[in-house]
Write a protein that binds this ligand. Structure first.
Ligand code: UT7
Length: 332
């Protein structure tokens, strides 16, 4: 087998819908307070779509931004890999809809279902096509319209989630010191019932009864997910650092999934990360599932915390359970 090529991220685009849903708004919808939401989650506001706007629309806006940043046209792409848990519909895949809306003629693609870990799982899938030399330009998108699967009468879930998307372009790294270095992913399906949407699939096809029972909404055992997230995210991050001869203090930017500010800080403390290296934007976006990590990459860039050559650790935990850690050097 010929030598594998390292993949690098060469562009980043993000998009959130303009409409804001603030904690004050939620106080009027369910029995909650701004103080509870802020203290227990770190969230102040999140963005939500207007009726008729779907995941592919958010994805396309993020994709266009990434293409413009790199000066590429949609037909320069070879594949689109899209992570989402809220596809426009069961089929066709949202990657197909994005391909068509972008006008990316001749490009192939598919969706990845891994909830909050979908972006980094899709990133790794894309990196393999670059590594083998099969492709030179792969677009990886994380996009979710969580407001479409949230019960806005359930205070335990409706305060957490928001809508958003991010897209990156993967290309071969000409400079071998930059790009994706390593990854460590793990799934544990024993956690399936801690965070899931029971209705609408082949097990419980949609009926009046499944709708009456609110089975088309997100159901979560918050405490179970919280405990698993802190333990497992830390474990995978520790392992990937150790495997690469690194310490927490070597990381320039820690870009974790943003599900709860307390999960992020607990992980960061256990890893011994420098506080200024920990990227947090949950206050402005909430948990946007697959959109979260690229949105947090953009926050890091805007805060001047993501420069060429920086050592970056991405981490995620999501429904499944799915867990992931990715180590890379930022390349632009
Ligand atoms: O991205 C996917 C991964 N998801 C996650 O990582 C989520 C992980 N879990 C969490 O972030 C937290 O568990 C939550 C934010 C979901 C909940 O926070 P918590 O501190 O674990 O609260 P809890 O579920 O233990 O509930 C504590 C109390 C309960 O009241 P009682 O029984 O003590 O009277 C809840 O009913 O807080 C109550 N509560 C609320 N009160 C005001 C739950 N939600 C709310 C709310 N406003 N929105």
């Amino acid at each position: 087998m010929s030598q594998l090529v390292r993949a690098k991220i060469s562009a980043l685009g993000t998009y959130v819908p303009p409409r804001l849903l603030t904690n004050d708004d939620l106080e009027k919808m369910v029995e909650t307070t701004n103080q509870w939401i802020l203290e227990r989650t770190g969230i102040r506001e999140r963005h939500v779509v207007d009726k008729g706007v779907a995941t592919s629309d958010l994805a396309v806006e993020a994709a266009k931004q990434a293409l413009a940043q790199r000066g590429l046209s949609p037909t320069d792409l070879e594949a689109i890999i899209l992570g989402t848990v809220t596809p426009d519909m069961f089929f066709p895949s949202t990657a197909c809809l994005v391909q068509h809306k972008l006008g990316a003629k001749g490009v192939w693609g598919f969706d990845v279902s891994a909830a909050c870990s979908a972006f980094i799982y899709a990133l790794q899938a894309g990196a393999q096509f670059i590594a083998t030399g099969a492709h030179k330009k792969v677009m990886v998108i994380g996009a979710d319209t969580m407001s479409s699967v949230i019960d806005y009468t359930d205070r335990a879930t409706c305060v957490i989630f928001g809508d958003g998307a991010g897209a990156v372009i993967l290309e071969p790294a000409d400079d071998d010191s930059l790009g994706l270095i390593d990854f460590l992913h793990e799934v544990d399906g024993s956690g399936a019932c801690a965070l899931y949407m029971p209705g609408g699939g082949s097990l419980n096809p949609s009926t009046h009864e499944t709708v009456d029972k609110k089975m088309h909404y997100v159901h979560q055992d918050g405490q179970a997910v919280f405990k698993f997230a802190v333990r497992k995210q830390t474990e995978l991050c520790e392992k990937i650092l150790e495997k690469n001869g690194l310490k927490g203090s070597d990381i320039d930017a820690f870009i974790p999934h943003q599900a709860n500010k307390r999960i992020i800080t607990a992980t960061a403390d256990r890893l011994g990360l420098r506080p200024e290296a920990v990227i947090i934007n949950i206050d402005r976006f909430g948990n946007t599932t697959a959109g979260t990590i690229p949105l947090a990459m953009e926050t890091a860039r805007q805060e001047g915390k993501l420069k060429k050559g920086d050592l970056v650790l991405l981490a995620s935990v999501g429904a499944g359970f799915t867990v992931g850690a990715t180590l890379l050097r930022w390349a632009f």
